[in-house]
Structures are given as C-alpha cells and as structure tokens.
Design a protein around this ligand. Structure first.
Ligand code: TMP
Length: 203
C-alpha cells in the first residue's frame, strides 16, 4: 500500500464527531506556519453534491452506483485541480474528514467487500488515520438530536460500521499507517486536545 505523506484522515461511524473536530481544528491553525488544507468526503464538488442528495434521500440510486460515485468523487478529490495528492507531495498538510476506509466500511456493508475494494485499490493510504471510537448507541443519541436522518444513520447499520472499522484498522496499521484511536465519548474539547497533540507539532 502506497502511503501519501502529510495526508491525515478522520474516520468513524456517523455521529462520532469527525466533522466537529475538523471545524475545531480550523480554529487552531496558526496563521504563519506550514500550509494546511482541511477537506472532506463526500466533497463539495459536483459528484459530492450528487452523493449528498442520495444520503439525504432526495435521490435514489442503487448501492453499487453509490459505491462508484464515492470512488469517482475521491479520484477528483485526489487528482483533480488543486487535488490532495499534489498538495501533500508539495509539503502541505491535508486533513480530510473521511476517505477510502469509509468506502471499505460503508459500501462493504452495502455491496460486499469486493466492489469497494476494487474501486479503491489504486488510492494511496493516509500517513495518519484517526479512528473515532464511540458506542453506536451513544452516537445514535447524538444523531437523534439532528433534524433529519441520513441514509446510513440507524443503529443496526452503525453496529456493523463499528465492527468493520475494527476489522480493517489492523490492515492499515500493518501497512505502516499511523492509526490513532480516539475515545470520542469524551467532551469535544478533550478529543480536540488529543488530536492537536499529534497535528499541532506538524504545523
Ligand atoms: P458525514 O459527512 O456526516 O460524514 O456523512 C457522510 C456519509 O457518507 C456517512 O454516512 C458515511 C458515508 N460515506 C460512505 O458511505 N462512503 C464513503 O466513501 C464516504 C466518504 C462516506
């Protein structure tokens, strides 16, 4: 597995706080310092917008089509204009809320292992992978407070999500990725502190 240096990803089930932590990180980035880009998948680009409308249940596509869309959005995210791969190779730090592991986990549940593995095998692994560990019941309680539930936001699915993350994380670790499990049950500031201890010195 090729590792893309300077690429950091946040992963975890829905409601574990990855997006919240990306926002908190944004506030901490020092003005002078190394170039830093914070991003997410699905992206805000045209393919990401289609994906969002599927997640929001405004558009219905087959699960397999969704797997292809996630991979296509990722291809653009990495190698399109201003893409993550070039930025990282130029020495910038890029932190993404979700990446390939999300496809291996979520589309793995939906479509079986083979399709997401095939669609994602060419993408490099991140240098650092933060895994947000939280009991799905607690995560679902957090989501319950949100107005509208998305496609994957239900308990049975999230139990499977958690199990699949636990299955695939050792593979990343064995491949040389720095995998850091974060106890996401704690207050957001504490979680942010743990993340900053790792990312802060890089900036
Ligand atoms: P989020 O922005 O709240 O994390 O929502 C993204 C949703 O999309 C979340 O349920 C995880 C899911 N997802 C996949 O199923 N496959 C993927 O490859 C990615 C990036 C996200």
């Amino acid at each position: 597995m090729e590792i893309l240096p300077n690429f950091i990803v946040f992963e975890g089930g829905d409601g574990t706080g990855t997006s919240t932590q990306l926002n908190l990180l944004r506030e901490k980035i020092p003005a002078p310092g190394r170039r830093v880009f914070l991003t997410c998948e699905p992206t805000g680009g045209p393919l990401g917008r289609i994906i969002r409308s599927v997640l929001g249940r405004e558009l219905e596509l087959t699960r397999e089509t969704l797997a292809f869309l996630f991979a296509a959005d990722r291809q653009e995210h990495l190698y399109g204009q201003g893409g993550v791969a070039a930025l990282c190779r130029e020495g910038a730090i890029v932190v993404s809320d979700r990446y390939v592991p999300s496809s291996l986990v979520y589309q793995g549940i939906d479509c079986g292992d083979e399709l997401p593995r095939r669609l994602n095998e060419g993408f490099p692994a991140p240098q650092i992978l933060f895994y947000f560990e939280l009991d799905p019941l607690a995560a679902m309680e957090r989501i319950g407070k949100r107005e509208k539930k998305e496609l994957f936001e239900y308990r049975e699915f999230q139990e499977k999500v958690r199990q699949r993350y636990l299955d695939i994380l050792p593979l990343y670790r064995d491949a040389g990725v720095e995998v850091i499990s974060v106890n996401a049950a704690r207050p957001v500031e504490k979680v942010a502190g743990d993340i900053w201890k790792v990312i802060g010195p890089l900036l």
